[in-house]
Design a binder for this molecule. Structure first.
Ligand SMILES: [Ca+2]
Length: 343
């Protein structure tokens, strides 16, 4: 577990400094002097190593959970078994503040564009077009996504998982706001929001609607399997290029239906049945994140890859068990904080 704690502002300053330094090929170091470059924060973020070891741009893996409170996972003190995320935290940085827009779609719009959600047309959810520019329920063409920007910087761009930035009536209609049209070279996942883990809504490969296999399918596994596939195939055919992969899971969004053997592993713990399902769902996600890390290791890309993990918003209050309930305060069981509505 990291012994350092940095604010978001520290991170942005250091990241900007490191990225700028990389882009300037060392001239910044000469012009700014050694002390600034050698401060502890850039070192902790790995930028010093990156600047000294390789001019190659780092790969970026952006993983996101859905409706998971930040203190659920082990490295933040949660009861849920998340050894792979704990391992990443032990070798990286944990942040103690995180700002989001409280619901899926606006948060994802801001994450993808760096803008206020209203500037992207996603002031609310994809469920409705309210006839205001800020509330179209559809990612507009006045913004660029991080995938579009990174493509211009020479990155291959991949996405597996939940998009949720396309107006719900466009699932089978115009594709202008689908991932392939917004900067991603390859896509596997759901255009829509949450749904069944066994038969997800609007399951799509690139621009083609597909059906989940009737048996043996589980969305969390499929998201990871396709991430591993993209990472492996990238290494085989585009290994000289850096890549960006965005992996937004639907775990632990309700309705949580986990294989019983995974739930049974929480028998004997002081958890309600619903908490056990949530815990099993999060542990399942953690285990397939481990498979993605293994793929990076196996292909020799682990050391040149920045891995970021976040949750899109606080936990949903339907997970609130009575044992944790405090009057006049919404609560999420082993989770602190929650979003006010579903999304
Ligand atoms: Ca969410």
């Amino acid at each position: 577990m990291s012994s350092h704690c940095y604010t978001r502002r520290d991170f942005i300053k250091a990241a900007g400094l490191g990225a700028t330094f990389l882009a300037m090929g060392g001239s910044l170091k000469r012009s700014l002097g050694m002390d600034l470059i050698n401060s502890s924060i850039p070192k902790a973020l790995g930028f010093e190593a990156a600047t000294q070891m390789s001019p190659k741009k780092p790969n970026i893996v952006l993983i996101m959970a859905d409706d998971m409170g930040y203190s659920d996972i082990g490295c933040y003190g949660g009861e849920i078994h998340t050894p792979n995320l704990d391992g990443l935290a032990a070798g990286g940085l944990r942040f103690t503040q995180f700002y989001n827009t409280a619901r899926c779609c606006p948060t994802r719009a801001s994450l993808m564009t760096g803008l206020y959600a209203h500037q992207t047309g996603m002031g609310w959810m994809t469920a409705a077009n309210l006839d205001y520019e800020g509330y179209r329920g559809d990612l507009n063409n006045k913004c660029v996504t991080i995938a579009e920007v990174l493509k211009q910087a020479g990155y291959s761009t991949y996405m597996t998982g939940k998009w949720h930035l396309t107006y719900d009536k466009y699932w089978d209609g115009p594709k202008h706001s689908w991932p392939r049209q917004r900067g991603f070279d390859r896509f596997y996942g759901t255009i829509a929001g949450g749904g069944s883990y066994f038969n997800p809504n609007a399951l799509t490969r690139d621009n083609t609607r597909i059906k989940a296999p009737a048996k043996g399918y589980y969305y969390t596994d499929a998201i990871s399997d396709n991430a591993v596939k993209f990472i492996t195939e990238h290494n085989r055919s585009n290994g000289d290029k850096p890549f960006f992969i965005y992996v937004p899971f639907t775990a632990v969004h309700y309705p949580i239906v986990e294989p019983q053997e995974r739930i049974d592993k929480y028998d004997g713990k002081p958890l309600t049945d619903e908490q056990k399902r949530l815990a099993a769902c999060a542990t399942h996600m953690d285990s397939v994140i481990g498979q993605m890390i293994d793929a990076l290791q196996r292909t020799g890309q682990r050391e040149n890859t920045l891995i970021v993990f976040a949750s899109d918003n606080g936990a949903h209050d339907r997970h609130c068990p009575s044992v944790y309930w405090e009057p006049n305060r919404q609560c999420s069981g082993p989770v602190r904080g929650n979003k006010p509505f579903s999304g």
